[in-house]
Design a protein around this ligand. Structure first.
Ligand SMILES: Nc1ncnc2c1ncn2[C@@H]1O[C@H](COP(=O)(O)OP(=O)(O)O)[C@@H](O)[C@H]1O
Ligand SMILES: Cc1ncc(COP(=O)(O)OP(=O)(O)O)c(N)n1
Length: 528
């Protein structure tokens, strides 16, 4: 699906006073982001979340504050309900007295100029009424309403008798962000099963409540997770890839909070959605690597700011952006069975034989890299790596692998073809980026495997090799040299480097997985 805007073009605010919720007709014909940004404030927006809590930090107020921070806004929070929940479910809800909620709300609005409000879990009809009264008094410039009803665990977060009150609050919002079941409740229909049905409901809601609707496709089935900004007379669809993860807790809270923050920066909803969604998709990709809780874990809100905690590194940014591939590699069948010592010897030997074929070509790629290296240090390092690859690795593999010379499997060929193509057509920097995953992912997976290297493990000597200080040091230098190359590359070359790096990461992952799918001929065990 491409990004479409079927009837009226998305418009940027005409002036600093214009709000993203204004209709396109009322806005000047300013369609480009540059103008939107020109209209935007230079001042850091102060954004308030009115929401319930999640002590494990994945959803609710805690997720909202992380999302505001990720969008560079100043976050504030008023608690509607204290929720005892974790990644597995909700254990209890404690609702403070309404007078205390009002006191929290007024503490903020009496002192701070609020640029945008995001409303999340309200819980009860009384709470809806308290918030409605406060909104009518204070009239914040921008209101995003996420009509939270049910958590991903299936637990209800809104009293049944509060649904009508929630429907009544929708017209006070500029943007409402229901998921598919919530959209059905707001429109009085059945939950949509297709994108077309969902669009129709969102259009109805936009027209009847005079509000902009952020339609979210997370609950639909299929390979896409598309979203859209739906106005009564225009729809802007933003396509999205569905990330294969169970860790989606708090996605709705996070998306609506990011939208509130971007709206407060002065972006139109149409300009804000691809940005918020791009960030959330990265956060979803990195979710499995977070390892928080045993149920539906949170997304990684800090995925784009983690570099602040580490020395700046182009390679590290690429590594972080490939968190999904890393998680799939270390949680894949081959690595988990290898660690557990349950991988059949035939499959292990098949893997080693393919690895040996791969390493022949990998050594050539390293030698090519040495040939075009811009410094003596780089030339010596890559040349040494090529030689070690042939000598040390081959010796170790030969001691384990089967006799004979097998054919390269399609996966092996795909990987070596990729290296060959980058060697032939790419620059030094691109080739450095393409060879790096074989050092880095191998070292990362190897360190996990080295922990499994108990004396009785069937492949103990092989496992121990990859956790060594020498291998760690080689990886460190390979990262450093690739960073050096990225430092000299322009933006276009860096983006080709990123593509080559990611492709190699994916091929590493597939290479790890291939032995478990390989059709093996029964063969006698090798003589040692
Ligand atoms: N598995 C997924 N992969 C990619 N995006 C997803 C996935 N699940 C949800 N999303 C996105 O997360 C956001 C929240 O969506 P949704 O799950 O529909 O709402 P909620 O979290 O409120 O139930 C949307 O942008 C949606 O497209
Ligand atoms: C306190 C609180 N508020 C909202 C939710 C629901 O969060 P949401 O973003 O809809 O994510 P899922 O839980 O549906 O993934 C919550 N759990 N707690």
């Amino acid at each position: 699906m491409s990004q479409t805007n079927e009837t009226t073009p998305a418009a940027a605010p005409a002036s600093a006073d214009a709000r993203p919720g204004d209709t396109p007709q009322a806005l000047a014909r300013e369609t480009d982001l540059a103008r939107a940004l020109a209209a935007a404030t230079d001042r850091v927006p102060r954004v308030l979340s009115i929401a319930g809590t999640d002590p494990t930090g994945g959803a609710g107020l805690q997720a909202d504050l992380k999302s505001f921070a990720a969008m560079g806004a100043y976050g504030m929070g008023v608690v509607t309900a204290l929720v005892a929940q974790n990644t597995q479910g909700v254990r209890g809800v404690h609702t403070p007295p309404q007078s205390f909620l009002e006191e929290q709300l007024c503490s903020v609005s009496d002192d701070v100029e609020i640029d945008a409000v995001k409303i999340g879990m309200l819980g009860s009809a009384d709470t809806v009424e308290t918030v409605r009264r406060w909104l009518s008094d204070v009239r914040p410039p921008l209101v995003v309403f996420d009509p939270v009803m049910v958590a991903s665990s299936g637990d209800r977060l809104l009293d049944d008798d509060a649904e009508a009150a929630v429907r009544g609050l929708v017209p006070l919002a500029d943007l409402v962000t229901p998921n598919i079941p919530e959209l059905a409740v707001l429109t009085g229909g059945a939950p949509a099963r297709t994108w077309a049905e969902a669009r129709r409901q969102a259009e109805d809601l936009a027209a009847s409540a005079g509000v902009v609707v952020l339609l979210k496709g997370g609950h639909l089935e299929g390979e896409d997770a598309n979203d859209a900004v739906v106005r009564a007379d225009a729809i802007t669809e933003v396509p999205g890839e569905r990330i294969d993860t169970k860790n989606t807790h708090g996605t709705g809270c996070s998306l609506s909070s990011a939208m509130a923050a971007l709206g407060a920066w002065g972006l139109t909803w149409e300009d804000a959605l691809p940005r918020a969604k791009g960030w959330l998709t990265d956060a979803l990709r990195a979710a499995d690597a977070l390892n928080v809780g045993r149920g539906h874990g949170p997304v990684d809100h800090g995925v784009r700011t983690r570099h602040l905690a580490r020395p700046s590194s182009w390679a590290r940014e690429q590594w972080d952006a490939c968190a999904d591939v890393r998680a799939a590699s270390s949680q894949g069948r081959f690595v988990t069975r290898l660690a557990a010592g349950t991988l059949e010897r035939a499959r292990f030997e098949w893997y080693l034989a393919q690895d040996l074929l791969y390493l022949d070509e990998y050594a050539r790629a390293l030698a090519s890299l040495a040939a075009v290296a811009p410094t003596r240090r780089a030339q010596a390092f890559w040349a040494r790596a090529s030689q070690e690859c042939l000598e040390v690795e081959a010796a170790l593999h030969l001691s384990h692998a089967r006799e004979g010379s097998p054919e390269a499997a399609p996966m092996t060929r795909a990987y070596t073809d990729h290296l060959l193509a980058v060697s032939a057509r790419g620059s030094y920097a691109e080739l450095a980026a393409a060879v790096l995953p074989c050092f880095w992912l191998y070292q990362a997976v190897g360190e996990e495997l080295a922990e499994a290297a108990r004396p009785e493990h069937p492949y103990v000597d092989w496992l121990a090799t990859y956790g060594t200080d020498e291998f760690r040091e080689s990886t460190r230098v390979a990262i450093e040299l690739t960073d050096e190359a990225a430092g000299h590359a322009g933006p276009e070359e860096r983006s080709r480097m990123a593509a080559a790096f990611r492709r190699s990461m994916e091929l590493e992952r597939d290479f790890f997985d291939a032995p478990c799918d390989a059709l093996l001929e029964p063969q006698p065990l090798p003589q040692r």
